[in-house]
Design a protein around this ligand. Structure first.
Ligand code: MN
Length: 352
């Protein structure tokens, strides 16, 4: 089930909470002592930075599939830490990532060390708007390498309603040959029963990724019988054919960027596992080499603005997801449900 630690970090007493969350997630992901220590160091540094530089923020710790997955029926799980703030931002990101850099003469490890010990590390900052810092550490180093990657990568962020332990939303992705399949499921309501439904959908996708999106949905529908059901959308990119196929049932938002324009992909009414439509229809469209696809649950306000700036669009997909959630939120629109955002984007030839 999608266990997420949502740690508000507004003063230094919460840095310990961040570290404890990272250590619990490390245990769940089966990290050894060395990798657990690395993760703990990253959590401490990112949480400390939230307090010192951003006036506080949010630290999300969860288990995710790798951004560049190997072909595998059983997905590797990494621990992902995302630190999200509305602070003043970092004027010079590359300087902040260099070893020994400190704006407050801290004795902390520094972001340069975080980048070195993490399997993936990304930092996106806009002066005046805030910063997203993201790290992933898995049980074994180098499980996915850029050079053997498919042309796409994926990432996401999952925020449980009211800081619950489990999110009723879940997302995953899996590769089968030239096909990369991204799925987002929103279990009806929230809490553990919703989480059970969306986790069942994730497990089924890993058995069905060789199928078309409509057939995946059919399998997921069978797998979810007896659960309370879920809204589910499946998007499949065939990188060799340059096509995207999409099928969704229930309230999952989907936006596709082609060129500079974003369009919505529509799901059909229904609840997977409870009452599915008689025919599961697929939409098929070209997938541009620089395309970006964003799937989201209805915890995100329906009116949100997709990212436009290149630095964000070329960032790690989970950074894109974190930015979408951060920039869609406002005090005037309190969140009333779990919120998950999953992003499929091109793999960059050169990663920082
Ligand atoms: Mn929902």
């Amino acid at each position: 089930m999608p266990r997420v630690w949502d740690v508000p970090v507004h003063d230094s007493t919460r840095v310990r909470d961040a570290r404890v969350a990272a250590e619990r997630a490390a245990a769940l992901a089966g990290l050894d002592a060395k990798r657990t220590a690395a993760l703990s160091l990253v959590a401490t540094e990112l949480a400390t930075n939230l307090v010192k530089h951003a006036g506080g923020g949010q630290l999300l710790v969860e288990l995710v599939p790798p951004a560049l997955p190997a072909d595998a029926a059983v997905p590797a799980r990494l621990v992902q830490i995302a630190a999200i703030d509305h602070g003043p931002g970092i004027a010079d990101v590359s300087a902040a990532l260099s070893d020994g850099f400190s704006t407050t003469r801290s004795l902390g490890a520094g972001l340069g060390t975080c980048r070195r010990v993490a399997d993936d590390f990304a930092l996106h900052s806009v002066p005046g708007r805030g910063t997203v810092a993201l790290a992933r550490i898995g049980a074994a180093a180098g499980t996915a390498r850029a050079e053997d990657a498919a042309a796409v990568r994926a990432g996401g962020i999952n925020v449980p309603f009211a800081r619950a332990e489990y999110s009723g939303d879940a997302w995953t992705w899996v590769r089968a040959g030239d096909r990369a399949t991204l799925m987002l499921a929103d279990g009806l309501g929230h809490g553990p029963e919703a989480a059970r439904a969306s986790s069942a959908a994730v497990e089924e996708l890993h058995r069905s990724a060789h199928l078309s999106p409509a057939d995946c949905l059919g399998r997921v529908d069978s797998a979810l019988r007896g659960t309370r059901g879920a809204a589910v959308a499946v998007a499949q990119v065939d990188t060799a054919a340059g096509t995207l196929r999409f099928a969704g049932v229930g309230n999952i938002g989907a936006r596709l960027r082609t060129g500079d324009a974003w369009r919505s992909l529509l799901s059909r009414p229904g609840i997977i596992g409870v009452h599915r439509p008689g025919t599961l229809r697929e939409e098929r469209m070209p997938w541009a080499a620089d395309g970006t696809l964003i799937l989201h649950s209805d915890g995100l306000p329906s009116r949100w603005t997709p990212p436009a700036e290149t630095a964000m669009l070329t960032a790690d997909p989970a950074v894109v997801a974190a930015g979408v959630i951060r920039d869609a939120g406002s005090a005037a629109r309190p969140v009333r449900d779990d919120t998950a955002v999953a992003v499929l984007a091109p793999t960059l030839p050169e990663r920082p």
